[in-house]
Design a protein. Structure first.
Length: 277
């Protein structure tokens, strides 16, 4: 039997998803934000986004979380990169998330950061997540509505790359206060940064700043900065967008080692240690 037609011409979350006119729509329902879990009290939600994969978005997410943790704030990370989760392993977490009858209890890292990721729900953390977009989007919403985050000053949302289902779901369903864009100094950087920024603008989410990763590598012998991916033009791009550059991160073996050794809970990233969020 065919689905019943919406004769009232009212928008639904499903019908508006991906609509180019969603931000200017005058239909009755235009706010699709999901209710916060009753056991959560979160002051700020910050999304960390990128226009393409492989730019170190999870590294920046964890670095921002560590920075705010070091400043004495209560911090959480919602790992919305459902098909490529990496946050738990960075913090050395391999246990499963707890649960009550109706809610999920996030894991807590050694520095007190609360973390929720699909890897904390799987029996085998190396098993691939082969789900379609709507299911992945639903899981991300559950990480907001069903997880008992408790009292947090900052919840950082590590998003998958691009402008697809999950970023759209996060922007529509969570009260995002702003986003940080992560990029690298390659030829396509200007277009990629602008794609992410334009999506945030269309969803009425402010861009707080930009972080450039892989900016250079420092020679261990002479200290010379080698621009592996070419000269950066992120300052000009950020100025054109009217946002600050939060930091330019080199290829740093100490940071890479802390990720591989699963001890990011003790890291202090010196390249983005003075950011106001």
């Amino acid at each position: 039997m065919a689905e019943e037609q919406n004769t009232n011409n009212e928008c639904t979350e499903e019908s508006c998803a991906g609509c180019a006119h969603a931000d200017t729509c005058t239909s009755k329902k235009t706010d699709f934000r999901e209710p916060e879990n009753m056991y959560s009290s979160i002051k700020k939600v910050i999304g960390v986004v990128s226009g393409k994969g492989g730019v170190g978005k999870s590294l920046v997410t964890a670095s921002l979380a560590r920075m705010m943790c070091e400043k004495g704030y209560k911090v959480g990370i919602l790992d919305a990169d459902v098909t490529g989760p990496s946050i738990p392993k960075m913090y050395g977490i391999h246990t499963k998330a707890g649960a009550t009858e109706e809610n999920i209890i996030p894991c807590t890292a050694k520095d007190g950061t609360k973390i929720m990721s699909v890897n904390l729900l799987l029996e085998d953390e190396s098993a691939p997540v082969i789900w379609r977009g709507p299911i992945i989007a639903s899981v991300v919403k559950q990480f907001w509505t069903d997880v008992m985050w408790g009292d947090l000053d900052y919840l950082f949302v590590d998003m998958p790359p691009g402008t697809g289902d999950v970023p759209l779901t996060v922007f529509q369903s969570l009260p995002v206060d702003g986003v940080v864009i992560v990029t690298s100094p390659q030829d396509l950087v200007q277009m990629i940064v602008k794609k992410a920024a334009n999506m945030a603008e269309q969803m009425n989410i402010p861009v707080l700043g930009v972080v450039e990763n892989y900016s250079y590598v420092k020679c261990p012998d002479c200290g010379k900065e080698i621009k592996v991916f070419g000269e950066s033009n992120i300052d000009e791009i950020a100025a054109e967008m009217g946002v600050p550059v939060f930091g330019k991160m080199p290829i740093d073996m100490d940071l890479a080692r802390s990720v591989e050794e699963e001890r990011f809970y003790e890291v202090k990233n010196p390249y983005i240690d003075d950011v106001e969020l």
